[in-house]
Design a protein around this ligand. Structure first.
Ligand SMILES: Cc1cc2nc3c(=O)[nH]c(=O)nc-3n(C[C@H](O)[C@H](O)[C@H](O)COP(=O)(O)OP(=O)(O)OC[C@H]3O[C@@H](n4cnc5c(N)ncnc54)[C@H](O)[C@@H]3O)c2cc1C
Length: 659
């Protein structure tokens, strides 16, 4: 049997190889990374290798931990079992491992090397066009497109490979950890393509999806306007029906990621707009495809559409990705001889926001994954730094002439590292768990199983978006602290991780909006069915941990009481006849809910590691202990405050305070 892994080029020097690991192989272009080629070989060989394998086993990456990914995917979530389902039957454990290795190699080889440069060498706008000046970005995107990874989870009928989303999510996280801006272009494009395959017409899919998957076109999502971000009810972009059946759009969209650039032949904007006479509010919003260039019958861009960049936003982080104010229909270009951006309605009029939510829910998991990846790489870099930075002596050391110890020996530094570990490994596990729910829902032949997975995913999505965005950002904060003064300089990566990560609690629905979604909608939805499904899972884990005795049983008891307290408080808040007051502290509720969910996820990991020995599993046990001793107890005072229906924030007016 031929091992596919052997076909990959190792990142690090290999004793049997004379390949320079720091450069792309001279005779081996990015096309060597093709997923489809690998699948073809796998089918040919009929390969079904039992366990995950690694080509880089001798290298410890500071992007992500492959060991942790293997533990979570293969020992905990048992993604190998997914291959028994029809949808994923084409794949083996080896294909999954192969996809992860491929992504790690792409990340190390093409995405990580220009991380700092993409921050320093920002895209520019000359008043007419946006230019991405750094060639490394285009090169990385070409390597990624050639690897055919983008659509790997999509249906085969749309050109995908039906790889489980769980595996794809883990694979993409290598690239998010390496360069969150550069991979942002394809990941937005993927969300766009997924929306079109779900709701677009056959013609729309044929015209736009294949070039997006091939890396020739990118995609955007255009929701926000200068005056309307959280409240999309108030958007004013309008769409007018033409005799031809197409539409003309007029208005401005703010903050559009990848909104303009010169990286690809075309950009496919998905734009929310209102038709004349549409119902008020979100029920009057429709969705349109507005390409930067109109596409001819042969699929190539032929005529410039009337959508133009009006300016670039200069961001705190994620600077490699353009962020654009777009004007539609201002008459700069005259497609068909007249002003107005030509657009094509997706699905039915007035259903646009529901369609867009399809994209946004997926995008929210991608944001949670990005936040996690940034937290994770910052954690690994701060562990490495702490191991190598000599400073100070143990408190009990009496001899000032004794050599200083590495800072990793100081308890306060260990505290900061343990906190990071508990956040980033907890977040990673949650993200992969949610991705697996997507796979269960898309592959299940049982309605009951599918509904249950969908309900849970719905409930957990605001947590999966917001918890990593808050706590993996805090991990980056601690990573800077571990680096001391060096962490505050641009010579080290961690300050950039923090700046890059700071976006995640803001976009795709702010932290506050996610908390309103969780408490105001998700926990009570379907008569609390999602919450009950989660409760059943938590009870099951508590039972398994209790049966193990010792520390797992103690932590199980602690989780049980936190969960019941959360349920009590939820009942109080949902039963209140003062919704304004009940929702006033929804952000606190989200935080407590998130910590309890992550407590459950840590207990799950502890159970999976129960009979295992060795440093890796000891690390898991230590981080779980840290989370239960230092973090989970924080939910007590938060739930007390919530239960008291405190009026502080509602009553304070800020009027006449002179500040
Ligand atoms: C770098 C970047 C990239 C982005 N990319 C895109 C993109 O590709 N496409 C796109 O359409 N948009 C994009 N956005 C826009 C982003 O989604 C919005 O910034 C976000 O939704 C918040 O909207 P806003 O900025 O108008 O803030 P506002 O909505 O004005 O919110 C300001 C503050 O008020 C709070 N707030 C608002 N309403 C309420 C309420 N009802 N209750 C409680 N608190 C409330 C918010 O939580 C926030 O803290 C991007 C933004 C940035 C910064």
């Amino acid at each position: 049997m031929v091992s596919l892994i052997g076909r990959l080029v190792p990142i690090a020097p290999d004793l049997d190889s004379d390949v320079d690991p720091t450069k792309p192989p001279p005779t081996q272009g990015p096309s060597e990374f093709s997923l489809h080629r690998r699948r073809a070989v796998a089918r040919h060989n009929g390969s079904a290798i039992a366990g995950p394998a690694r080509c880089n086993a001798n290298v410890t990456s500071t992007l992500l931990s492959r060991r942790d990914l293997d533990f979570l995917l293969f020992e905990w979530l048992r993604v190998d079992q997914l291959s028994k389902r029809q949808r994923f039957a084409d794949h083996t454990t080896e294909t999954f491992a192969d996809v992860l290795t491929l992504s790690e190699d792409l990340a190390e080889r093409y995405f990580a090397p220009h991380y700092k440069r993409s921050d320093a060498d920002e895209p520019t706008f000359d008043g007419q066009a946006v230019t991405v000046n750094l060639p490394d970005i285009k090169e990385a995107l070409k390597a990624f497109a050639d690897a055919e990874l983008l659509g790997m989870s999509m249906d085969e009928k749309h050109g995908g490979a039906q790889v489980p989303v769980t595996v794809a999510t883990a694979a993409f996280m290598w690239l998010q950890a390496a360069n969150v801006s550069t991979i942002g272009y394809p990941l937005l494009t993927l969300a766009n393509a997924n929306l079109l395959t779900e709701f677009g017409s056959a013609e729309q899919i044929t015209t736009f999806v294949p070039p997006m998957l091939a890396g020739r076109f990118t995609g955007t999502m255009c929701l926000s306007e200068p005056h309307a971000g959280s409240s999309l009810t108030d958007i004013t972009t309008r769409a007018e029906l033409q005799d031809s059946g197409t539409y003309r759009l007029f208005g401005s969209k703010m903050w559009i990621s990848g909104g303009d650039h010169d990286l690809t032949e075309n950009i496919v904007h998905l734009v929310l707009a209102k038709l004349p006479g549409a119902p008020a509010g979100t029920k009057g919003i429709s969705l349109f495809i507005v390409p930067k260039f109109l596409v001819g019958a042969d699929g190539t861009p032929v005529e410039r559409n009337d959508v133009v960049a009006a300016g670039l936003n200069h961001k705190m982080g994620q600077r490699g990705m353009t962020n654009v104010l777009l004007n539609f229909g201002e008459g700069t270009f005259l497609p068909g001889g007249r002003e107005g951006a030509v657009g094509y309605l997706v699905g039915e009029p007035h259903h646009g926001l529901a369609y867009m939510f399809h994209m946004m829910n997926e995008a929210r998991l991608v944001i949670g994954a990005a936040a996690t990846a940034l937290g994770y790489t910052g954690y690994l870099k701060s562990v490495e730094y702490a191991r190598n930075r000599p400073q100070g002596r143990p408190i009990s050391a009496k001899d000032p002439a004794a050599p200083p110890v590495p800072i990793i020996e100081h308890p306060d530094v260990k505290r900061m590292l343990l906190a990071q570990k508990s956040y980033v490994e907890g977040a990673l596990a949650l993200i992969l768990y949610c991705a697996r729910l997507t796979d269960i829902a898309s592959s299940s032949e049982s309605t009951e199983e599918r509904d249950s997975a969908t309900l849970l995913l719905d409930l957990l999505t605001p947590v999966a978006k917001s918890w990593p965005s808050q706590w993996c950002l805090e991990a980056n904060n601690l990573a800077i602290q571990v680096h001391g003064g060096y962490g505050y300089t641009r010579e080290y990566d961690v300050e950039q991780h923090y700046r890059d990560n700071r976006l995640n609690p803001i976009h795709e629905g702010t932290h506050g909006i996610q908390s309103l979604d969780l408490l105001g909608r998700k926990v009570g939805q379907h008569d609390g069915a999602g919450l009950r499904a989660l409760e059943a899972l938590i009870a099951n884990t508590i039972g398994e941990a209790a049966a193990l005795d010792g520390e797992p049983a103690q932590l199980a008891a602690q989780l049980g009481s936190a969960w019941h307290r959360l349920l009590d408080v939820t009942t109080t808040l949902l039963g209140s006849d003062q919704p304004d007051l009940a929702l006033a502290n929804s952000a606190l509720y989200l935080e407590a809910f998130g910590h309890i969910v992550i407590g459950w996820i840590w207990l799950e990991q502890l159970v999976a590691a129960a009979d295992r020995t060795g440093g890796f599993y000891d690390g898991k046990r230590c981080a779980a202990r840290y989370f239960y001793r230092y973090e989970l107890p924080k939910t007590g005072p938060q739930l007390d405050l919530l239960n008291s229906m405190d009026t502080t924030t509602v009553e304070c007016s800020f009027d006449g305070w002179e500040a």
